[in-house]
Design a protein around this ligand. Sequence first.
Ligand code: C5P
Length: 240
Amino acid sequence: MAARDRIVFALDVGDLAEARMWVDRIGTRVGWFKVGLELFSAAGPEVVHLITSSGLKCFLDLKFHDIPNTVAGAVRSAVRLRAHMMTVHISGGREMIRAALTAGRQESEALKIPRPKIIGVSVLTSLSQDDLSGLGVGRPLREHVGGLVELACEEGIDGIVCSPADLPFVREKVPRTAVIITPGIRPAWSEKGDQKRIATPSSAIQAGADLMVIGRPISRAQDPAYAIEKIVEEIESSRP
Ligand code: C5P
């Protein structure tokens, strides 16, 4: 995989005009554009069209979590939008994951387009051990993350999102055919912002990350294009 294809730019903006500005500005310098709940709730399918009609790849990070039938429908809609990758909560259960994967396969076959990647989210990094206990989860957080990752991999999930800190133990559970995506990336030269458990691009690659979600180190840089090129260089010089 080319170094720049490992970069997922987080389009953390509130409207279509700003999203368009970033897509025009960054274009093919990165492999992916990530659309989350804020931007999708504001701009809807049009933002996905904006990305894909420019020949770029869209990671639709809406973290689907519902009954299997509803998630299957959401996946079909996202495939029709031509999203290339999308997220589901693994805690939605085995049946839900299976339904998502089946829907992705069937809809892409019907449309004769490449099958989208369905990516599993394990435990949100905003949740602590106490939060999990409050939700009735008895096992330690790390064990819970591991258990969810194993379940998703048994069902044939296409990838996992995890924090850089969890990369070593997640990597050993995930087959090489599946991708591991990590946020919380901070090159040594960038501001930490509110990210606490962070990794540099090179340490994330060395720990087994395939793709890295990067927002502010690019968007807040004086020269975003130059920031991307520096990250690309760092990735190139740090093969796993
Ligand atoms: O600006 P920054 O590089 O911190 O952006 C990281 C992106 O990754 C944001 O879209 C954020 O929502 C997402 N993310 C994260 N930490 C997680 C999960 C997702 O920062 N644990």
